[in-house]
Ligand binder design. Structure first.
Ligand code: ZN
Length: 314
């Protein structure tokens, strides 16, 4: 029997689960809506249903040895407790591992979702072969995962790698974390839309004027057509992201920085501004060393990182 793990990516919208072998091949996958109720046991019930479906699908040829879940939260990995989940507040303080283990009877692990994505990209994606990497995900917020000497950096409170809350503008936009001017307020997909709204009065000819609905992808499309407002938004987005990453280059001396998430779609419009800030602000040697590359695993990065943990490969 082949040894297979269950890997889960618990998002604010979807709960995705896959059965994954030790080479990272996905043998079966499921996707369900994340329960909107305010009860943690509803989330666990949905997760257990998905786990049973994946287990049944591969049962003929595989033995399930563990489960790992990537969660949008700060996590105490050792205790298996989910500390704080801004988008799923019903899970704050929840003893996640104990609850899942008692239902499924297999070894269970939880990990922060961005750290999982970093582990996935370092296993089979853009940072494969590098022991020191940083992953940044530009989505609703800015997520971060840091791997040093092949090991994820978690910290005793599970907050290591919260790259989105590096301050890049001391008196800047208020952030959900309670501080001001966090890079999340300038470089997330949400921020791309906000910056567009803020600047649109200065660009009366922009095709983005007065749009009732606007996504970061719309701003990217306009930028590809040479729209000056869109180009300025991505310049600012890359500028601020570059400031945050220049700090990390000096502090951590990474070999590679991987950028993923929805707003990474605007890559060609912002990456040179990111590289400029790293070159201008960081020390020469680490700035030359740190490659800035685009993520390649897409939505599967978190699942594959969780699978790698569950297989005990990191
Ligand atoms: Zn913040």
């Amino acid at each position: 029997m082949k040894k297979v793990v269950l890997a889960c990516d618990l998002g604010g919208t979807n709960l995705r689960m896959a059965a994954v072998d030790a080479d990272g091949a996905i043998l079966h996958r499921t996707k369900r809506d994340t329960p909107k109720s305010d009860r943690a046991d509803e989330v666990v019930r949905t997760l257990v249903e998905s786990a049973r479906e994946c287990t049944d699908a591969v049962a003929a040829t595989a033995e399930i040895i563990a489960l790992a879940a990537a969660v949008p939260a700060t996590v105490n990995v050792g205790k298996g407790v989910l500390m704080k989940a801004p988008n799923l507040p019903s899970l704050d303080g929840f003893r996640f591992v104990a609850a899942v283990q008692s239902e499924l009877g297999i070894r269970t692990i939880i990990e922060n979702d961005a750290t999982s994505a970093a582990l996935g990209e370092a296993w089979l994606g853009a940072s494969k072969g590098f022991d020191n990497s940083i992953m940044v995900t530009l989505g609703t917020g800015v997520g971060g995962g840091i791997i040093i000497n092949g090991q994820p950096l978690r910290g005793p409170d599970g907050t290591a790698g919260e790259i989105g809350h590096i301050c890049v503008e001391p008196f800047g936009a208020p952030c959900g974390c309670g501080a001001r001017g966090c890079v999340e307020q300038y470089s997330s997909a949400t921020a791309v839309v906000r910056l567009t709204r803020e600047l649109e009065s200065q660009y009366v000819k922009s095709e983005l004027q007065n749009r009732s609905r606007l996504t970061s992808l719309d701003v990217f499309e306009a930028g590809k057509n040479g729209d000056e407002l869109a180009l300025e938004v991505f310049r600012q987005m890359g500028f601020y992201l570059g400031i945050a990453l220049a700090d990390l280059v000096n502090v951590l001396n990474p070999e590679i920085i991987v950028i993923g998430g929805g707003a990474a779609a605007g890559w060609e419009l912002f990456v040179e501004y990111v590289r400029d800030q790293i070159r201008e602000r960081a020390f020469r040697e680490p700035a030359i060393r740190a490659e800035v590359v685009r993520a390649v695993l897409g939505d599967d990065a978190g699942i594959l990182g969780a699978a790698r943990l569950a297989h005990g490969l990191v």
